[in-house]
Design a protein around this ligand. Structure first.
Ligand SMILES: NC(=O)c1ccc[n+]([C@@H]2O[C@H](COP(=O)([O-])OP(=O)(O)OC[C@H]3O[C@@H](n4cnc5c(N)ncnc54)[C@H](OP(=O)(O)O)[C@@H]3O)[C@@H](O)[C@H]2O)c1
Length: 287
């Protein structure tokens, strides 16, 4: 495993494990336990995933069984749009997440979307950071202009910006912008959520053959190799193992370029410029 040093000085594993769309509590707890057993040390959840409690239980069980320690783990959660109303609601959302996770602190709190009064919400998570409730703060889905505006106006620069990044949505300019502020880019949907025939794509499969790796392993390595943190999700142990087994090969420059050539220049999962999408997220209440 490789690590990125965040602008806080803390080290974050370059690869982690995401738990989006694992709503069943018993399954999520077991999946988290299995992920830790497999070797993942970064776990990514969110208030909106409705599984913080289950993740906390999986972590507690893994620690009790001696698989890891709290210090070795990097836990991320996110404040949902509904709680991005003002400083207080965002601050309280962090406390609520900690209670659900049954943890004294998390390693990273992100604003989940650039929506609501996100400046006030950012002040709320900044307060949580200063009080030690979280070791770092950051944002998600902050596209370049919005991220730049935030960075030009806040006291604490985000440590991480988590956005959709995979071969079909490369986001090279967005990464350069993040890096210019010392922000670590983190890819959600690093496997494009299975879209675009990513697992059987002939170019990706062919590159993988050379190293005895799958298309999934090639795309994960491609992001990691360009310094982008990845947090793939799988409920299957075999795939969990496969997705973390990417540290024994290097893609050539030509292979890196061939993967990036898949870029469509836009997302086909979500559209942050669509007013209906923004409205829909405002209507999604989690409490
Ligand atoms: N900040 C945000 O707005 C945001 C948005 C989306 C996601 N995220 C975070 O990013 C994480 C990852 O993104 P994601 O879950 O949306 O998508 P993803 O990791 O790109 O893809 C997950 C999908 O790929 C399948 N899969 C995983 N490994 C595979 C393999 N080796 N071979 C074949 N299929 C495989 C999984 O199926 P199985 O589970 O059935 O194996 C699942 O359907 C999330 O879990 C979440 O933590 C954040």
């Amino acid at each position: 495993m490789e690590y990125i040093t965040l602008n806080t000085g803390a080290k974050m594993p370059l690869e982690g494990f995401g738990v989006f769309q694992i709503p069943d509590a018993a399954q999520c707890e077991q999946v988290v336990y299995n992920a830790i057993k497999t070797g993942y040390r970064l776990l990514d959840t969110a208030a909106a995933y409705m599984n913080e409690e289950a993740l906390g239980k999986g972590v507690a069980r893994a620690i009790a069984d001696g698989l890891t320690t709290r210090e070795e783990l990097f836990i991320t959660t996110k404040v949902w749009v509904q709680d991005q109303k003002n400083e207080e609601t965002a601050y309280e959302a962090v406390r609520t997440s900690l209670a659900k996770l049954n943890m004294e602190y998390v390693d990273l709190v992100l604003l989940h979307q650039p929506m609501g009064d996100y400046f006030a919400a950012y002040r709320g998570i900044t307060r949580a950071y200063k009080e030690g409730l979280t070791k770092a703060i950051g944002v998600a889905n902050f596209y370049p202009a919005i991220l730049t505006n935030l960075c030009e106006n806040v006291e604490v620069i985000p440590a991480v910006n988590q956005v959709e990044m995979h071969p079909f949505f490369v986001q090279a300019a967005a990464i350069d912008n993040m890096k210019s502020y010392g922000i670590a880019p983190q890819a959600w949907g690093p496997l494009a959520e299975g879209k675009h025939g990513i697992f059987t794509d002939p170019v990706l499969v062919e590159i993988g053959k050379k190293y005895g790796k799958s298309a999934a392993q090639v795309v994960l390595k491609w992001n990691a190799q360009r310094g982008v943190s990845i947090i793939p999700k799988s409920v299957h142990e075999e795939r969990m193992k496969q997705n973390i087994d990417i540290w024994d090969f290097e893609l050539t420059e030509d292979e890196m370029a061939a993967v990036a050539a898949k870029d469509l220049g836009h997302s086909e999962i979500v559209n942050h410029d669509d007013p209906m999408f923004v409205k829909a997220l405002h209507g999604m209440n989690i409490h």
